[in-house]
Design a protein around this ligand. Structure first.
Ligand SMILES: CC(=O)N[C@H]1[C@@H](OP(=O)(O)OP(=O)(O)OC[C@H]2O[C@@H](n3ccc(=O)[nH]c3=O)[C@H](O)[C@@H]2O)O[C@H](CO)[C@@H](O)[C@@H]1O[C@H](C)C(=O)N[C@@H](C)C(=O)N[C@H](CCC(=O)O)C(=O)O
Ligand SMILES: Nc1ncnc2c1ncn2[C@@H]1O[C@H](COP(=O)(O)OP(=O)(O)OP(=O)(O)O)[C@@H](O)[C@H]1O
Ligand SMILES: N[C@H](CCC[C@H](N)C(=O)O)C(=O)O
Ligand SMILES: [Mg+2]
Length: 515
């Protein structure tokens, strides 16, 4: 990432016309910003006090008052209270019913609907969101369209070599409703024409993007994750389908090899055109889709892959310098989205080979005399399985895997990841991920519980030592997958966040000539 960009927005406005759109009559008070966190309140900001999941934002109203907020918009529990006002010192407190759900609309109005000036692509799914979003923006940039992305890697304008001119890191994969529209306003001011963003299931449940205009919704896939939050797979799936209710949605780009896409087709509003992408004949599963984008006659090489693209927009040859079958799905979703938005197939075919891997996603480090090390962000059972299956296709020797599981997150996925690793790799080493408040040994035991022959599996909780050991044991023909940390440059152990950059560690290992 490059240095952070500073785009100044002039957002000073009266709350009177803003709140009138939500049926609230109030005084003519000028504010400069909407602020979710009481600690960031300044005199000219309106503090937004939400109920919250862990804490109640309304408990921080006294802090906002003491920091001089002129306006406080506070969530209320009943429709009757909506629009009621009171004064506390110099702060006007306004009750707003259902504020959490309405915040996206309030922020869109505050920033004057910046997304309406740009093409917006929203990507959801268990795995592949970051990869698809990055590839979509890279492709736009290669086609000379100024493009930006928002997601796990932060937000910013993407160059055709995948570099990001950062607009800032994001705490969440999908930012809160205010940050989202602020970013959109900054992008619009910076002449961005297209934005690709990751839409997490949490964001859909919490209505972080409820009022965001989205032109294209993409589904990558649906497998197990985040059941700690959603409870059941059914609730998790339903959360993702919420993206179909985005305002002004025009296209739904669906994975034809994913059974969940059938549910999406069934729930599709008739104003939305379905587009199915997939590999080979299996994708005929969804043959009633209006438009298709299929990869056929796939060939893999050590450098990447090639295939024939058969689509409703024509047929062409595509070369990709990306590893793994799932990256073909991600690239197809990116290509289909660009086709929906009017790019020519021939132009796309001309530039596709220039797409570069996304940081920490199937990133390969190799030289002739050492085993190949691949750093990847697989942190779900399906992602780990797909990453191993993909590498098997590129490998002549043994396949090693080193991975752990995050603490304080979905515990049920741990044994399934153990099972996937034991089934798909030749040598399995369990290590630590972000253990957070949990005991790393206990997390390792949860993983081992899914393995049939736990005695054959090594546990080395120090990630660097685990990598060193695997490299010492492997031959130049072998591939070592180090999964789970990807682009992260830290490790959270207990309440401490320590510096740890796996990509750098492996890169330096090769620079030091490891074997
Ligand atoms: C459980 C959950 O999703 N929480 C999200 C939620 O926070 P919250 O409502 O729980 O906040 P809270 O801590 O209870 O505080 C309530 C309110 O009081 C305010 N407050 C709090 C403290 C204070 O001193 N002053 C103050 O005003 C807070 O700003 C907030 O408005 O809303 C916040 C703003 O949108 C999010 O940042 C926060 O994400 C937390 C950090 C989180 O860990 N979320 C994860 C589970 C998540 O959303 N993950 C997905 C990605 C998954 C994937 O990649 O697959 C994501 O989109 O990131
Ligand atoms: N289309 C795909 N299908 C299955 N697995 C994939 C796919 N694309 C990527 N992966 C695997 O999942 C990992 C995470 O990929 P990526 O970061 O793109 O997903 P994500 O959905 O953004 O994840 P997160 O939920 O953390 O935001 C990759 O490192 C890779 O192992
Ligand atoms: N190494 C990480 C991956 C987490 C991915 C994140 N998107 C999530 O699950 O919220 C961990 O488990 O801590
Ligand atoms: Mg992501």
């Amino acid at each position: 990432m490059q240095a952070k960009q500073h785009i100044q927005l002039n957002t000073t406005q009266s709350i009177q016309p803003l709140l009138a759109k939500f049926g609230i009559e109030t005084a003519d008070i000028m504010v400069e910003s909407l602020v979710l966190d009481s600690r960031e309140v300044a005199i000219h900001s309106a503090f937004i006090a939400l109920k919250g999941h862990v804490r109640d934002g309304r408990d921080f109203i006294p802090q906002a008052v003491s920091l001089g907020a002129k306006v406080i918009i506070a969530e209320c529990d009943t429709q009757q209270e909506h629009g009621q006002t009171s004064m506390r010192e110099q702060s006007l407190i306004i009750s707003f019913y259902d504020l959490s759900a309405q915040l996206s609309a309030l922020a869109a109005t505050f920033y004057h609907f910046p997304a309406s000036e740009m093409q917006i692509i929203g990507v959801t799914g268990t795995n592949g969101k970051t990869s698809t979003v990055q590839l979509t923006s890279q492709l736009a940039a290669l086609l000379n369209k100024r493009a930006a992305s928002i997601g796990t890697l932060g937000s910013g304008v993407i160059s055709c070599t995948g570099e990001c001119a950062s607009f800032g890191e994001t705490i969440n994969t999908t930012p809160d409703a205010i940050t989202m529209h602020k970013l959109m306003a900054q992008f619009a001011q910076d002449n961005v024409k297209q934005v690709a963003l990751e839409v997490s299931s949490h964001a859909l449940v919490q209505k972080r993007v409820a009022a965001l205009k989205v032109d294209v919704a993409v589904l990558t896939n649906l497998t197990r994750d985040h059941l700690d939050y959603h409870g059941t797979m059914q609730a998790y799936a339903q959360a993702k389908r919420e993206i179909l209710t985005q305002p002004e949605l025009k296209f739904a780009v669906l994975n034809g090899n994913e059974i969940e896409s059938k549910q999406w087709l069934a729930q599709l509003p008739n104003t939305v055109t379905p587009v199915v992408y997939g590999i080979d004949d299996e994708s005929l599963l969804l043959s009633d889709a209006q438009k298709v984008c299929l990869a056929k006659e796939l060939e893999y090489s050590s450098q990447g892959c090639r295939f024939t693209l058969v689509s409703s927009w024509g047929e062409c040859e595509i070369q990709l310098s990306l590893l793994g079958r799932f990256n073909i799905f991600n690239a197809l979703a990116a290509i289909a989205s660009q086709l929906c938005l009017g790019q020519a197939l021939t132009d796309i075919a001309d530039v596709a080979q220039q797409l570069v891997p996304v940081a920490g996603r199937m990133e390969r480090f190799s030289d002739e005399k050492s085993p190949t090390v691949v750093v990847d962000y697989a942190h779900t059972p399906d992602a780990l399985k797909q990453a191993l299956l993909a590498l098997r296709q590129h490998s002549e020797g043994r396949l090693f895997v080193i991975f752990g599981c995050g603490g304080d997150r979905d515990k049920g996925k741990r044994s399934l990841m153990g099972e996937a690793a034991e089934t798909c790799a030749d040598v399995v080493m369990i290590t630590n991920d972000n253990s957070r408040s949990e005991d790393p040994n206990a997390i390792a035991s949860d993983i081992l519980a899914g393995c049939i022959q736990p005695e054959k599996i090594q546990v080395e909780l120090d990630r660097k030592c685990a990598i060193d050991k695997a490299v010492a044991d492997a031959t130049p023909k072998d591939i070592i997958l180090v999964a789970g940390k990807g682009h992260e440059d830290y490790q959270i152990i207990g309440s401490e966040t320590v510096a740890y950059n796996e990509r750098e560690y492996v890169k330096q290992m090769f620079e030091r000539n490891i074997t």
